[in-house]
Design a protein around this ligand. Sequence first.
Ligand code: M6P
Ligand code: ZN
Length: 189
Amino acid sequence: MKHLKILKSQVELNLKNYSLKGEPVIRQIRKLEDLNGIFHDHKAFSKMSSKDIIYEVQAWLPVSEGTSGGLYFGTTNLLPGRVGNEYFMTKGHYHKLSDRSEFYWGVQGVGMLILMDSDRNTWAEKVYPGSLHYIPAHVAHRVANTGNSTLIFGACWPSDSGHNYEEIAQNGFSARLLERNGEPRLKSS
Ligand code: M6P
Ligand code: ZN
């Protein structure tokens, strides 16, 4: 019975490094080998160490996956680096229920949120501490780290949105974020 009780939430967010403490918190590590096929320079990719960690997601999923009306909270630490001239980035996805939207926000470091609509128009928003991003429904999203330090971003999404990775695995985004003369540029692919 919670009536009249003053409680402490079961999960805490460390506001400095954005790590989550408590139960239940899930942790998902993505290594370079998990990102096979997403970078355009296969030769550079094959020379790199496949066991290297590229990013880690921590998330609080208070309700089971697929529940309508619930929310999930996640935090992602994306390491700096490149495969050839392409920045380290998350796999990227549409939502399985494609009309579900999401918030991302920058916490630490700098990068780009790369977005692609269902007509395959691709654009990007700068990610930096305090940047806030509304990812509309039907828009694929991924984040690239364009800086020299770990990029941390937060995310909040509906518990019934799911992830559709297949579409991106098959067709990719219609543009790539590449480094040119020290600057990130979106280039049609
Ligand atoms: C954010 C959220 C998660 C997602 C994670 C990594 O934290 O959008 O749902 O899993 O980023 O992105 P991806 O799943 O594309 O690798
Ligand atoms: Zn999402």
